[in-house]
Ligand binder design. Structure first.
Ligand SMILES: [Zn+2]
Length: 347
């Protein structure tokens, strides 16, 4: 499994500095057959599209809960300059890049698929948003993120004219998007268990998918999206909570636990609204890897495993009785109090 990614240690939609060095250590001195490289690139494409499809479903099904929207179009973009330098010739040929930016994949059933956009179309213009020229420096997602931010700021339902090149021939399509919560989904190619949300982005590692599988990992995505919907990053900063090593200590602990339990609670409703299985959150919590991560190795910034399972089971029961709601969404502008204990259901 690790070997699958050691050649292209990259992120399909972004590359944080922590792995940038890793991406540059591309094993260019280890010759691989064309078919092996093609298989690796297709596995990267498939993993990225699986995340984009899950993100599209969560973000569009929950648009009514979000006050920051983007056009939900279903196009998964990639750029030649996000790939390691030594891989670019192979990447360009395999994905038929005829410019800086191309369609890595199209979410099945999305407005883009209905409009006829196809994987490996080169993107020349995305509505009024200019496609930045490719950088020929080390791997960078600056251009990709700039493009995403430009498109995300467009009106969420206005038709978007997209100029493409397909097999060298120009083609223009018009995609009529549906509203989606404004969040970019990024896949981090690392065996570590990493998931985070920064307000506009949700990032998850392939380590999660490898251990939990495509279905249970949706519980992690919904939890991170809930952080964005509830603006937890901004609200934690607003109360002066300290991130990192200090997050589990002193008054920080209460703020982080409150945010975690709120996200756990809302996530169950986000999954239900998207039509996912009703017991998904509680099954995720009961997975042996999720259980093993709690206990003595867990940061005190996060609630105890048993408390988190109680939240999942209580919300699943509530939804079974009353249908999904929108817990904590109405108070997303209020300061966090750090009062986390009332958020845990009594045993
Ligand atoms: Zn969290």
């Amino acid at each position: 499994m690790f070997r699958r990614f050691c050649l292209f240690l990259l992120i399909l939609t972004a590359l944080p500095s922590s792995v940038r060095a890793g991406a540059l250590s591309l094993a260019a001195n280890r010759p691989e057959s064309d078919s092996a490289v093609a298989a690796q690139l297709e596995s990267v494409r498939a993993a990225g599209l699986a995340l984009a499809s899950a993100g599209f479903r969560l973000s569009t099904a929950n648009a009514a809960l979000c006050d920051r929207l983007e056009p939900g179009h279903g196009i998964q973009l990639h750029r030649i300059d996000q790939y390691p330098l030594a891989a670019r010739a192979a990447v360009r040929a395999h994905f038929r890049f005829a410019g800086a930016t191309a369609v890595a994949g199209v979410v099945p059933g999305s407005p883009a698929e209905q409009a006829g956009v196809r994987a490996d179309d080169t993107v020349l213009a995305f509505g009024p948003v200019a496609v930045p020229p490719a950088s020929d420096g080390p791997p960078s997602t600056v251009g990709l993120v700039a493009l995403w931010q430009g498109v995300a700021a467009l009106p969420p339902t206005a038709p978007i004219r997209i100029d493409l090149l397909r097999d060298g021939a120009p083609l223009t399509v018009t995609v009529t998007p549906i509203p989606a919560c404004r969040t970019r989904y990024e896949l981090l190619f690392t065996p570590a268990l990493e998931a985070s949300a920064n307000g506009e982005m949700v990032q998850i590692s392939t380590g999660y998918t490898d251990r939990f599988g495509d279905e249970l990992v949706l519980a992690v995505l919904a939890h991170e999206l809930a952080h964005n919907i509830l603006r937890h990053r901004d609200r934690l900063k607003a109360v002066g909570a300290e991130f990192g090593m200090l997050s589990g200590f002193g008054r920080n602990m209460g703020f982080f636990r409150q945010a975690e339990l709120q996200a756990d609670t809302l996530a169950v409703h986000l999954l239900a609204r998207a039509g996912y299985p009703a017991d998904l959150a509680s099954r995720f919590r009961q997975h042996p890897v999720a259980r093993a991560r709690s206990g003595m190795f867990q940061s005190p910034s996060h609630p105890q495993w048993r408390d988190r399972l109680r939240v999942a089971l209580a919300e699943e029961a509530r939804i079974a009785a009353n249908g999904p709601g929108a817990p904590f969404v109405a108070e997303r502008d209020a300061p966090l109090t750090g009062d986390w204990r009332p958020l845990v259901p009594k045993p």
